[in-house]
Design a protein around this ligand. Structure first.
Ligand SMILES: [Zn+2]
Length: 279
């Protein structure tokens, strides 16, 4: 496979943040805190085009497994079952790494128990599960600030090697008011303010952090189609271990492989960005 990950890249702890439903241009224009890191060359921002269909559950599986919906089979939101292929979670567990997630309950359904039961599923701690430590929510307007506090609780108490954080209020505002609305833009700015504080804490501790989205949003308050607004999403990379990507253009399908490489998982078999001529 034609890629150039430096040999002996150290294993690092990774935080993957999926800001549900965040269009690329709104990310670039509204996430002032993250863009401050980009301006100072302390972070990289890439424009990704999400796979199709531009829907949440298919894209969660795409990001976390590095495969397209037509290959992983979760082709719409109502396919409620476990993932059937290797994911960041399963690969990390096979290497005896610790996994955690603060996320919408669909993530629990993909990698832990399915269907999700509210009373039993809210807090999960089971070393045998793919997500060993989880806090899951089911109301889309569950405050992003609380979700990040849940994630911080998992980080402090369980010291995960891989932590997934997945807030939903940007997507919720988009469905309520659309891409061009003040409501949608304010939801992006609100989570950026939350991120501002956590970045100050996590980056000095050496965490390698990816911030991306599953899909975008259109002015008609939905997504699922093929327009630029629905497909273009950001990928912010914060941390020293991503320097090997500097002159490459990652795609959404590469996020899984990039996370595995950063965690020190080798022979993961997942797609990675390649240099022209080396593929
Ligand atoms: Zn949505």
């Amino acid at each position: 496979m034609g890629y150039c990950v430096p040999e002996n890249t150290p294993s690092e702890k990774v935080i993957l943040i999926i800001l549900d439903g965040l269009n690329y241009e709104v990310a670039r224009d509204c996430l002032g805190n993250l863009m401050a890191y980009v301006e100072l060359f302390k972070a990289r921002l890439f424009k990704l085009r999400c796979e199709l269909p531009s829907l949440s559950r298919p894209m969660y599986e795409t990001i976390i497994t590095g495969t397209r919906p037509i290959d992983h089979g979760v082709v719409h939101n109502d396919i409620i079952r476990n993932s059937r292929i290797e994911s960041i979670f399963s690969l990390a567990r096979s290497q005896k790494l610790t996994t955690a997630a603060a996320a919408f309950h669909w993530v629990s359904e993909l990698y832990n128990d399915c269907p999700f039961e509210m009373m039993e599923g809210r807090y999960q701690n089971d070393p045998e599960q793919l997500i060993q430590h989880g806090i899951f929510y089911w109301q889309e307007q569950y405050p992003d600030s609380h979700l990040f506090a849940d994630a911080e609780h998992l980080r402090v108490n369980n010291d995960p090697d891989f932590l997934l954080i997945h807030p939903m209020n940007i997507d919720h505002a988009g469905h309520r008011s659309g891409l061009l609305s003040a409501d949608y833009h304010l939801a992006a700015k609100t989570v950026d303010t939350v991120l501002a504080e956590y970045m100050q804490k996590w980056l000095p501790l050496g965490y390698q952090i990816l911030v991306t989205s599953d899909h975008g949003m259109n002015a008609e308050c939905n997504h699922g189609g093929t327009t630029r607004e629905e497909r273009e999403v950001p990928l912010f990379l914060l941390g020293d271990s991503f320097s090997w990507l500097d002159d490459l253009q990652p795609e959404q399908l590469h996020i899984c492989g990039i996370v595995c490489e950063t965690l020190g998982i080798r022979d993961h078999g997942k797609l990675l960005p390649s240099r022209p001529g080396l593929a």
